[in-house]
Ligand binder design. Structure first.
Ligand code: FAD
Ligand code: NAD
Length: 465
């Protein structure tokens, strides 16, 4: 078979790239080494983690909040973890099947097997049978895998990664999490809500260290109330399994050796770009020290006609970033001049309250010496938040001191994962804080916090504070 474009990897980068290529009239092939399409995101990432976050949130509310709402449950509430995991698997299956449907609809040929370069125009596929296809261009979208630390042996039973944490057979009693980033806090939330004692060991001095510092501070306060314990400025040196116990050794901020014990240890210290078995050396490509493939501004590698997108290249490891890059490359190959505004790729943490941010953080602005104004509005001042009892958090708007253009929006509170879209639209159109402050926001909604924070940033004239 001969294709115009072959996409290797079927995650949100790869399958979206394939769809856009097909829409633009290219004869397109998609290669995936696993049996199901959708990559990390659909199979062992975004979708299953959100399914378990939703289920565990229902349980948490039933135990802690129903009574206040006037709902009494006679005989208590219990977790049925098997059912919870089965439902999650059902959601994953439905979502992955949806990608099969989209491939058929767009007449994309799907090959199941490990794709590797024979040369830049020939790809070998090692699946149930071995076959080769010819192609004019290739988009590499092979994603990432969990990283590890020296001294830690991930046995996938007691010392686990996010993948195993999404399919547990019991709720841990003492879950020790190495890394207070997105995965640690999301999956930690799942098991804390289900009754686990959760301890987070973090190398830096705060959680979600790459987001605006105010968000990490507030999230830490709320998660502590949910039972999380945090150990900052700790450098983990080893994690060893002894029967049903895991012993974790770390150096604390004073350089003293300390130990943590748990029945499970989740290692969530980042992810590493993945190119194993892809045979990039056969076309003269090299991965950098973090396994990433280098590209130019058009996401083309040093080999003409070979592009790379998503987690396997530099930048945020996010599904929506991978998707944008998939569309970008397809349109670039078609001779269009697409653009990605990387500054406006939002980051979201799906804890409860949810955390989201876009654009410059306050720390970025200070570092760059930019003169800015800040307006903040607490969720607890909203009627909508009081009605749903989601009063933790705030929206913080950073605007240019002179032009009033919004430079960054950072929020923590109910449904912030969805609320951040307004900030992205506003910033893409270079809105000023006053522009948003003068727009009607439905009452009562959580979105009013965005309007009020913009009012606060404009002339310190929030209405309900
Ligand atoms: P991937 O999704 O990793 O897909 C790569 C695919 O390529 C895989 O299916 C792999 O099997 C295949 N492949 C690799 N090598 C070959 C080969 N040689 N031949 C054939 N196939 C190959 N991001 C968000 O934006 N929001 C979230 O809520 C979110 N939650 C997450 C939760 C967890 C627990 C994890 C682990 C990640 C989460 N992410 C989230 C990150 C997100 O999953 C990734 O950023 C995204 O999947 C990257 O997409 P991708 O297409 O680059 O690669
Ligand atoms: P992360 O980069 O978000 O967090 C890793 C954390 O581990 C950091 O805070 C880091 O300081 C800490 N750490 C590193 N070495 C350490 C050590 N020796 N001891 C203690 N702490 C250490 O990585 P992650 O949480 O593993 O997630 C991986 C990727 O998946 C991220 O890039 C993220 O973007 C993506 N993801 C996104 C979402 C989402 O968008 N909601 C959800 C899950 C995962």
């Amino acid at each position: 078979m001969k294709y115009d474009i072959t996409v290797i990897g079927s995650g949100p980068g790869g399958y979206v790239a394939a769809i856009r290529c097909a829409q633009l009239g290219f004869k397109t092939a998609l290669i995936e080494k696993y049996n199901t399409l959708g990559g990390t995101c659909l199979n062992v990432g975004c979708i299953p983690s959100k399914a378990l976050l939703d289920s565990s949130e229902h349980f948490h509310n039933a135990v802690h909040n129903f009574k206040t709402h006037g709902i009494d449950i006679k005989g208590g509430v219990e977790v049925n973890l098997k059912q919870m995991i089965d439902r999650k698997n059902g959601v994953v299956k439905m979502t992955c099947d949806g990608i099969d449907f989209l491939m058929k609809k767009n007449k994309i040929d799907v090959y199941k097997g490990l794709g590797s370069f024979v040369n830049k125009n020939k790809i070998k596929i090692s699946g149930e049978k071995i076959e080769e296809i010819d192609t004019d261009k290739v988009i590499i979208a092979t994603g990432s895998k969990p990283s590890n630390l020296p001294g830690i042996e991930i046995d996938k039973k007691r010392v686990i990664t996010s993948t195993e944490a999404l399919s547990m057979t019991e709720v841990p009693k003492n879950l020790v999490i190495i890394g207070g980033g997105v995965i640690g806090l999301e999956l930690g939330s799942v098991y804390a809500r289900l009754g686990a004692k959760v301890s987070v060991i973090e190398y830096t001095s705060s959680i979600i260290p790459t987001m605006d510092a105010a968000l990490g501070k507030e999230l830490q306060r709320v998660l502590r109330k949910q039972g999380f314990e945090f150990f900052f400025s700790h450098r983990v040196k080893s994690a060893k399994t002894k029967g049903k116990e895991v012993i974790i050794t770390a150096d604390n901020e004073k350089g003293e050796e300390v130990q943590f014990k748990g029945d499970y240890c989740l290692v969530s210290v980042g992810r590493k770009a993945y190119t194993e078995g892809l045979g990039i050396e056969n076309i003269g490509l090299k991965a950098d020290e973090r396994g990433r493939i280098e590209t130019d501004a058009h996401l083309q590698t040093s080999v003409k006609g070979i592009y790379a997108i998503g987690d396997v290249v530099k930048g945020a490891m996010l599904a929506h970033k991978a998707e944008e890059e998939g569309v970008f490359v397809a349109e670039t190959i078609a001779g269009q001049q697409p653009h990605i505004n990387y500054n406006l790729i939002p980051g979201v943490v799906y804890t409860w309250p949810e955390v989201a941010g876009v654009g410059a953080t306050e720390e970025d602005l200070k570092k760059a010496g930019t003169k800015y104004k800040m307006g903040s509005f607490p969720m607890r001042a909203l009627g909508r938040a009081r009605a749903s009892m989601d009063i933790d958090g705030f929206v913080k708007v950073l605007a240019d001191a002179e032009s009033d253009e919004i430079l960054g929006v950072h929020m923590i509170g109910p449904r912030c994962a969805d609320l951040i879209a307004e900030a992205v639209v506003a910033m893409e159109y270079k809105a000023s804080a006053e522009d948003i402050a003068r727009m009607s926001h439905a009452h009562p909604t959580y979105t009013e916090a965005m309007k009020e924070a913009c009012l606060a940033a404009t002339e310190n004239r929030a209405l309900h504070m």
